[in-house]
Design a binder for this molecule. Sequence first.
Ligand SMILES: Nc1ncnc2c1ncn2[C@@H]1O[C@H](COP(=O)(O)OP(=O)(O)O)[C@@H](O)[C@H]1O
Ligand SMILES: [Mg+2]
Length: 499
Amino acid sequence: MSYEYVVLKEISKKFAGGVKALDKVTIEIRTGEVLALLGENGAGKSTLVKILYGVYSADEGTIYINEKRVDISSPAEAIRHGIVMVSQHPQLIDTLSVAENLALGLKAFNAFTSIKKVSKFISEKSGKFGVKIDPWEKVWRLTYTQKQLVEMIRAMLLNARVVLLDEALTYLPLEEKRKFYKFIKEFTAKGGSAVIITHKIPEALEAADRIAILRRGRLVGIIEGGSARIDDVRKMMFGESAAEITYGKLQASQPGEEAVIETQDLWITGDFGENAVRGVSLRVREGEVVGIAGIVGNGQRELTQALAGLRKVSRGRILIGGRDVTNRGVRVVREMGVGYIPDSPLAFGISIDNSMTENIAALYQRKSMLVNWSEVREVASSLIEAYKIMIPDAGSLIKVLSGGNIMKVIVSKEINYCRRALIAHNPTRALDEVSAIMVRKSIKERAISDGVAVLLVSEDLDEIYQVSDSIYVMNSGKLYGPFPPDEAERSNVEHLMVI
Ligand SMILES: Nc1ncnc2c1ncn2[C@@H]1O[C@H](COP(=O)(O)OP(=O)(O)O)[C@@H](O)[C@H]1O
Ligand SMILES: [Mg+2]
């Protein structure tokens, strides 16, 4: 089966500001295949699928569907051609139920609209997936996994022939990603096609039939999933910089004696009134990197938000540099020189309607009303260079950047801002491997050279081991540890994560 439902031919796209996002890219999407699109941050992956989905129009090139030339000028038209996108951010209405959400979306396309049928379909599909979804549950009560599953089910209800997943699984833990890949395979086995965008090579090798690699807007090559080797793929993705990638342990810190971040018997209530954090006591010393491993949803988000002053603590104390900052709010914490890379970077970490310089200025504005703009511009330029941020210039609006580059702006400004402590929650999640290692090294560098105390919370166990001087595991709101990394057997840590 290698019939091509979609052919993208010599697609080019240039954005205002001069970035050539795509340069004569030709790719076919075959019936029954999972096609992975790989490429470093800013390679042009999202632009390509957005052109196919009618979000952007190409400057040059042609799209063929079923061998007929088509113009797709809106997502509605793409959907009529059987092309449906599932993005990183669920597009559901929070106050409606799952079934209502889906029925609403279908009406516009005259697909079957009976809400009863829709609800039956949801129960059936989610049951098959292995994560139960009550069709009458309001969307705001769903977990992120459930929401993404609802988006997939929506695609099927719309009779999708091609599903585009643009980093739609990036925020999910590995176990749940695997369930999705299985679900996708069942879809393609019945003649559907899936295009998955990810920056994890092993995942692409595992899940995809073919892998297309983009670099700086050009198609570098297409390889069969089964025969691909990770090192070859890396070279195609990153060129020379592939050599910078390493998962070896980074230089250890020499922590001081003083605790810079300290919590004492911390209890925090979650969004649904549950005890999300239960009696957590931890210490991060000067110059030390303390890693907290754990599967998403075990209280990490509530813990880091409370440490940053964004969430109230119901019991216990938080001390920064020996000073009690419990429930004193974000401003007090930030003014003490605490950097914060949040788990929901777009919600808390940055204003996308502002420029990079304005976002940096906002950090320093807290201390005095006056902003030294020339200094801020200098900081911005040095970060753009150091972190290889692909941005037209420091005055460009954040929203024109690719997801990975937005993440780099957030991460670099916080690593640069922190003087005393850094709370980093999944700091490399949307980053490619070369960018991720660069970020880990800079975090480590701030700890070693400037004595910054770092609390690293990450779902990525490789990252935890690579960077941490000491490891905890968080599960069901409780903290286990600390373990020195050389003694923390990986299998034990993994076990503590799931018990
Ligand atoms: N709306 C836009 N306006 C200006 N530049 C953009 C826009 N969208 C993407 N770009 C630029 O185009 C390039 C490719 O971006 P993108 O397709 O999002 O990359 P990827 O998804 O591979 O990370 C990047 O340099 C990005 O900054
Ligand atoms: Mg992208």
